[in-house]
Design a protein around this ligand. Structure first.
Ligand code: AKG
Ligand code: FE2
Length: 292
């Protein structure tokens, strides 16, 4: 799918764009299958260790993790892209459909940015004493989790839910047009958040996004994730892309070319190499990831 000129202009003036039906069920199936297998393996291990009373095998992807998590938090330990390093997830990062969209905004030399997350937003009734910002991601700009030497880089967020993201399951809210104000001061308490005194007085848009659709955001667009009042897990993946050669804002973590018209050979197609790059940096502890 290519973006229309109208969509590109909307993105460039509002700082965000919802792209309907960018991915099909079949496109998301390998990633979801990989997560289901991971959840199953973890559940069986924790069950064998006596940390779970049941496996909840009959529960679907949308619910199983919540039941398991309620009984044993350990199920969620390291449950993120850079720790799981799954083959299907690696293929998803370089998905032709995502890159066709990214190319409309970034051109044909595209790298995958290392700031990427898998999020299991639990039904609030299951989250227990989890800090609030874990479930309700506060107002922030994604540039706040990059190093300031990447100020000149265009780093575009591609947020995609693996279930329908609605006001009930916990979609995002974004502030249209606010990216034009550039970086707003953030503070670290309660999760990286825009200093409340600096928060623009702009009426936010509720970015409801069905499964298969995308929310694309400029790195200066203020946004937040609202709570999950539903009975299912609001699974989502957020990825970022930048122009190959631009500062990624995380130079100490692996960026790699996912599309190149100039040098197609440079595209990383080997999941093993991707894993090696991540394992190498995972050992380097103590890096400051956020600006505040
Ligand atoms: O998923 C959410 O609720 C917030 C996600 C977010 O802030 C992001 O993807 O940049
Ligand atoms: Fe964000």
């Amino acid at each position: 799918m290519r973006l229309t000129v109208e969509q590109i202009i909307a993105y460039q003036t509002e700082g965000y764009l919802i792209v309907p039906e960018a991915l099909s069920e079949a496109d998301l199936r390998p990633v979801i299958g990989e997560l289901e297998r991971e959840i199953d393996e973890r559940a069986r291990r924790l069950f064998a260790e006596g940390k779970l009373k049941a496996l909840y095998e009959e529960e679907p992807f949308e619910r199983r993790y919540a039941f398991l998590y309620r009984e044993c938090r350990e199920i969620g330990k390291g449950f993120d892209i850079q720790h799981l390093l799954g083959e299907a997830m690696f293929r998803h990062l370089g998905s032709e459909k995502l890159l066709d969209v990214a190319e409309c905004l970034l051109g044909s030399e595209i790298s995958c940015n290392p700031i990427q997350h898998l999020r299991a937003k639990l039904p609030s009734a299951y989250a227990g004493d989890e800090p609030d910002y874990f479930q309700n991601v506060p107002w922030h700009q994604d540039c706040a989790v990059t190093t300031p030497d990447s100020e000149a880089s265009e780093i575009i967020t591609f947020w995609m839910p693996l279930v329908d993201a609605t006001a009930e399951t916990g979609c995002m809210e974004v502030m249209p047009g606010a990216f034009k104000r550039g970086y707003l001061d953030h503070r670290a308490e309660g999760g990286t958040m825009i200093d409340p005194a600096k928060l623009p007085e702009i009426v936010p848009v509720r970015a409801e996004c069905p499964k298969g659709s995308l929310v694309i955001m400029n790195k200066y667009t203020p946004h937040r994730g609202i709570g999950n009042r539903s009975g299912i897990v609001r699974w989502s993946i957020d990825l970022r892309y930048h122009k190959t050669g631009a500062n990624s804002g995380r130079s100490f973590q692996p960026s790699f070319p996912v599309r190149s018209a100039r040098d197609p050979e440079s595209v990383l197609r080997d999941a093993g190499e991707w894993r090696r790059l991540w394992r190498e940096v995972s050992e380097a502890k103590g890096q400051k990831l956020h600006r505040v």
